[in-house]
Design a protein. Structure first.
Length: 125
């Protein structure tokens, strides 16, 4: 019985991984754009009268969605989708080993931005 088992060669990257750092930056940009989108949507929602001014004597509440802010949210969702797809494309170039994985943050951003774009598109008048 021979025990000539040679250890598998460990493939290490020789230099700093620029693609991985670019994916981290793109992921952070996507999250910032998504939070910006949530801010646009929260500001665009119809205003509710408060208990202190239920009849709207001092402040007339807006009872409709603000179309300009919805347009801004739509644009930022499209920018989020483009940035996250670019990040996933970069990730596809990087995934060469079994230890490399697809960035789950970018995948989540693609799903959320597509879902938001479809909601805005089908609810527009």
């Amino acid at each position: 019985m021979e025990l000539n088992i040679e250890p598998k060669a460990v493939h290490r990257r020789k230099r700093r991984d620029n693609i991985k750092s670019a994916m981290k930056i793109i992921s952070a940009v996507c999250w910032i754009l998504f939070v910006l989108t949530l801010g646009y949507i929260s500001r665009a929602m119809p205003e509710q009268p408060t208990i202190f001014d239920p009849n709207g004597v001092r402040h007339h509440a807006r009872l409709f969605w603000d179309p300009d802010l919805i347009l801004n949210a739509y644009i930022s969702l499209n920018a989020t989708l483009v940035a996250s797809l670019m990040g996933l494309a970069l990730n596809a170039f990087r995934v060469k080993r079994t230890s490399d994985r697809v960035n789950p943050s970018l995948t989540l951003m693609v799903i959320l931005s597509l879902f938001g774009i479809l909601i805005i598109y089908f609810n527009s008048d």
